[in-house]
Ligand binder design. Structure first.
Ligand code: SF4
Ligand code: SF4
Length: 277
């Protein structure tokens, strides 16, 4: 694959060998590992692009001007609040990578109940040293994001597909389907229909290849809400399978609790369900 111009951004077309940075915010590093786990494809990619900053892989230049900036993690500290603005200003295309960057991640659970001193004292030996914001929020809450890749973590196929599309001068395809459709494509037996196991696949964005149902377990919605997700119908189905309201709420308020569709669905589930449709 030859390096080609990137799609035109507000700054005009990008030509030559595109420059790339991978930045980390509050996260577990799992999405950066999706890059590192590319194996031979990573070596090919390194020949097509100029990776300026990727601390986990050894390249460190956090202020570098680049064509594509991949951002992992959510905004949870005053320093991150400032840093994401600098990264946006020095990048042509900004790609939010994974559940923390697209919806605030698991750590956005703090947004539901407030960050209390009691919690801090219960977790950290010396909470006085913690400098944090009250909330954990998605990158798009703070700056313009050109592409969101959902998942916890994203998979290498998604990352490579996005880079490949950009190198060929087109914007990457966005996922639109639900995990249930991937089950059908992969010929996975439905765990909800066949075994009565509560599954979040009917409301979850595709992209993982129905990884969990293919191994006989339910989807827990790590790819976030699909387009037009019928959360009310699934909420009623979860109740029909015997899930108490609090447990159903936890299903929505899990990894992608900060995504508006799941945030609202979890609240409705906790307040008594979806009987009114
Ligand atoms: S196993 Fe889950 S994701 Fe797969 S078809 Fe059934 S409900 Fe949908
Ligand atoms: S099946 Fe669901 S929980 Fe499993 S990887 Fe896919 S989106 Fe994530």
């Amino acid at each position: 694959m030859d390096a080609k111009p990137l799609p035109k951004s507000d700054d005009g077309p990008v030509t030559g060998r595109p420059t790339v940075a991978v930045h980390k915010f509050t996260s577990c590093d799992g999405c950066q590992l999706a890059f590192l786990n590319l194996g031979d494809d990573l070596l090919t990619l390194a020949g097509l692009v100029d990776i300026r900053h990727f601390a986990e892989a050894g390249m460190v230049d956090p202020e570098a001007q680049v064509d594509i900036a991949f951002v992992e993690g959510s905004i949870t500290t005053p320093d991150e609040y400032e840093r994401i603005r600098r990264i946006r200003a020095s990048s042509r295309f900004l790609v939010a990578l994974g559940a923390c960057a697209t919806a605030g991640g698991l750590q956005a659970l703090r947004n539901l109940n407030g960050l209390t001193q009691e919690w801090m004292a219960g977790i950290y030996a010396t909470p006085a040293y913690i400098r944090t914001l009250e909330t954990s929020t998605a990158i798009s809450t703070h700056v313009k994001v050109d592409l969101e890749l959902w998942g916890c973590p994203v998979n290498g196929r998604q990352v490579l597909g996005a880079v490949r599309a950009l190198l060929f001068g087109v914007l990457p395809e966005r996922e639109h389907d639900k995990v249930c459709l991937e089950c059908k494509r992969e010929r996975a037996v439905c765990v909800m229909v066949a075994r009565g196991i509560p599954c979040m696949g009917p409301v979850t964005l595709s992209g993982c290849g129905a990884l969990c149902p293919r191994f006989g377990r339910d989807c827990y919605a790590c790819y976030g809400p699909a387009e037009n997700a019928n959360t009310a119908a699934l909420g009623r189905r979860l109740a029909g399978l015997g899930l108490p309201p609090e447990a159903a709420a936890h299903r929505f308020h899990f990894i992608n609790n900060g995504a508006p569709a799941f945030l609202e669905a979890g609240r409705r589930a906790a307040e008594g369900g979806f009987d009114d449709g």
